[in-house]
Design a protein around this ligand. Sequence first.
Ligand SMILES: C[S@@+](CC[C@H](N)C(=O)[O-])C[C@H]1O[C@@H](n2cnc3c(N)ncnc32)[C@H](O)[C@@H]1O
Length: 183
Amino acid sequence: MSNYDATSDCIWQELDKINGWFTREEAICMQWIMKQLPPESKIVELGSFQGRSSIMIASALSTDSILYCIDNFSESLDILSAFMNNIAEYKVNNKIRFLIMDTIEAAKEFEDKSIEIVFLNTNHSYESVKQDLLQWCPKIKMGGFLICHDYTSPDHLEVRDAINALQLNGTLLCGSLWCGQKS
Ligand SMILES: C[S@@+](CC[C@H](N)C(=O)[O-])C[C@H]1O[C@@H](n2cnc3c(N)ncnc32)[C@H](O)[C@@H]1O
């Protein structure tokens, strides 16, 4: 059991205790972004796995903001169980709603222009990333952000290819994170 205090600013120090790929610099960067958001913001994470990035994001949100974690957890129920245990252990479950769904289906649950930030980190194939982008970009508010993991990962070049194919304007943030603003 972790002794982590959810009011602390240093949850990124706990990162390596949670399975996943999100790096320390990505965690710190995302936490800074979350702290700039207005109250009652709505964030969507596509692909949560065991909650490593979810916990980093949710812990930096104001108490009236919500992180929607969308994952089909199709690889195993153990991953879902680890996700649920982790968000409880790090005391962020009150800021998280999770939807056990395919991302394309889940998009139907959100109104257009209703989300401050969509964070994409699901299947890394070209077609899957492209379909996620096509479904989810319309959901982002004007001035909101799309943030994609693995843009620069040599093992996942199809992520970059799909973003570039749709001619989305954006820039590298840090680590493998790419960010584009909705205009
Ligand atoms: C790379 S992991 C996410 C890692 C997580 N963001 C982190 O940093 O710890 C990708 C996740 O996407 C989920 N996934 C893949 N394709 C999906 C789809 N089409 N719909 C919903 N979830 C999907 C997988 O179940 C997996 O848990």
